[in-house]
Design a protein around this ligand. Structure first.
Ligand code: C2O
Ligand code: CU
Ligand code: CU
Length: 521
């Protein structure tokens, strides 16, 4: 499996080597930035209303060189935080005021949270420079690894890439029981890890200047950041670690594996977008598309002290299954065309490393997670109504049901309390699209007509992969696929609620691959 998948020929091979080239394992010498109790990505246990300011600042990334960077800044109990990892108990009230200290409009969206539409950070809620927005809602979600980021109308890609994003961790009993059983400590053995790809100029400044092709296909970086650290390493002891993986990239899809030498090692997936699964599932690789999360347990005792394990993204063919008009080999040609037209030295689907785990001496700690991590109640789909969603492309734009986003257009209405099965299909000359629903988590019912590289990992019934299990809010739909999901539109918010459904390839989102839907009151 490791050697399967797309190989780039010499003409499209990434330019190599370059500083911080993630293909070269010897580059992995920067200590992984681990969130602490304050400062950048500091863990902030929400203890009252927050004042959050979205501001243009700078942040040292490449070898400590400062780069212009956008940050959410806040304070609590005399401590300052930048892009804090917000942590809060399920059921608690969350209050925050966003102050826009940028020169352009912005708004925060709480990705994965079930909030009233007015609190969701819909693009219509965007506030201008110097504006403010008051958030006040109850955290109704179960424990899990959620996140927050800018949702500024038509500026989401640029601002999220610029820095405006972080984690939103929800705690509950299930999470605590798991933490106890495995001796997990946030920031030590429980590591939130946001993976992003960026481009930099020679002075270490982050670059974002998509050409027409990149605006259409999505912006790719060629330097990989893990918690804002390029070519990062983490020293680990022979014990179990929890990694809360978040793909915070604009458009890059990762095929993640923990690799020792040439061998992918086993890891357990314990959670997805909306919290813990019912039980852990052992796999050797998993796809992670923009916006998605994977909570995994990795036993570093699978390697000896002195050895290294690399968290890698393995090679894959982003265009596999693409409709080639019956011309064999055309999919590959399309892939090469994409590689040639992108300014990134690292094509989509190339193999590279994300993080080096350096195993050192330490007490061997083996523990098994609770056999039952949590309870996932399947959505009852008897009597559910069907809705067809078709992704397409027309004149260099990707569309949903033939439409491009219009602020005042409601694509469809859903009844409060209704259960619907959405069949999302990606026919024709497509590319993979990570589709995301605001306001409601869903469950994946079935994956049909998957490309071979996806169906190879479909061990979980009805064509589903490990990334499809549990509660989801974002779902990768590959070329040629139809994916069926079940959504329960029960809510207790007063009146009608309008949310967006969009592609989380952020260039696609900003280009209008997004629709409004209204849940009637
Ligand atoms: Cu994380 Cu509307 O998105
Ligand atoms: Cu969202
Ligand atoms: Cu898309």
């Amino acid at each position: 499996m490791y050697f399967r998948g797309y190989r780039f020929n010499a003409a499209t091979a990434p330019v190599s080597p370059y500083p911080f080239d993630p293909i070269r394992e010897e580059n992995f010498q920067q200590k992984l930035f681990i969130p602490g109790g304050s400062g950048p990505l500091g863990v902030l246990d929400v203890g009252g209303p927050l004042q959050i300011s979205a501001s243009a600042a700078s942040f040292p990334i490449l070898g400590g060189q400062a780069s212009p960077f956008l940050l959410y800044q806040t304070e609590q109990a005399g401590k300052a935080y930048q892009n804090p990892i917000l942590r809060i108990e399920s059921g608690a009230r969350f209050q925050a005021t966003l102050h826009n200290a940028l020169q352009e409009p912005t708004i925060i969206h709480w990705h994965g949270l079930h909030t009233p539409a007015a609190m969701d950070g819909h693009p219509a809620s965007t506030i201008g420079p110097c504006g403010r927005f008051d958030y006040d809602f109850t955290v109704r979600n179960r424990g899990g690894t959620y996140w927050y980021h800018t949702h500024a109308h038509e500026l989401t890609a640029k601002q999220a890439y610029g820095g405006l994003a972080s984690f939103f961790l929800v705690e509950d009993e299930d999470q605590r029981r798991l933490g106890k059983a495995l001796d997990l400590r946030l920031g030590e053995t429980d590591v939130p890890l946001v993976i992003q790809d960026k481009q930099f100029d020679t002075t270490g400044k982050m670059l974002y200047r998509p050409n027409a092709h990149e605006s259409m296909m999505g912006w790719l970086g060629d330097i990989i950041l893990a918690n804002l650290t390029p070519n990062a390493y983490l020293t680990v002891t022979p014990r179990i670690y929890r990694f809360r993986l978040l793909n915070g990239s604009n458009s890059r899809i990762y095929r993640l594996a923990f690799v020792k030498g040439k061998t992918p090692l086993n890891f357990s997936v314990i959670g997805t977008d909306g919290g813990l699964l019912d039980q852990p599932h052992t796999v050797a690789e998993a796809y992670l598309s923009p916006g998605e999360r994977l909570d995994v347990l990795f036993d570093a005792g699978q390697a000896q002290p002195g050895e290294a394990v690399f968290l890698k993204s393995l090679a894959f063919d982003p265009m596999e299954n693409e409709d080639t008009g019956g011309m064999p080999g055309m999919g590959r040609t399309m892939g090469q065309m994409m590689a040639n037209m992108s300014s990134s030295r690292l094509p989509l689907g190339a193999e590279f490393s994300v993080l080096k785990l350096s195993v050192t001496e330490g007490e061997r700690f083996v523990a098994t997670p609770p056999a039952k991590l949590s309870e996932i109640r399947p959505i009852r789909t008897g009597g559910a109504s069907d809705r067809k969603i078709e992704l397409s492309m027309e004149r260099m734009r990707f569309l949903i049901n033939g439409r491009t986003f219009r602020m005042d257009e409601i694509s469809f209405e859903v009844k409060r309390g209704a259960v619907e099965i959405w069949s999302i299909s990606n026919p024709g000359r497509g590319m993979p699209h990570p589709m995301h629903i605001h306001g409601f988590s869903f469950q994946v019912v079935e994956r049909l007509n998957s490309p071979p590289q996806v169906s190879a990992g479909a061990r979980f019934g009805r064509g589903r992969t490990v990334s499809d299990l549990g509660w989801k809010d974002t779902l990768l739909v590959w070329p040629g696929e139809t994916v069926k999901i079940a959504v329960d539109f029960t809510h207790d918010f007063p009146g009608s609620q309008t949310y967006v459904f969009h592609c989380h390839n952020l260039e696609h989102e900003d280009a209008g691959m997004m629709i409004n839907f209204r849940v009637n009151g």
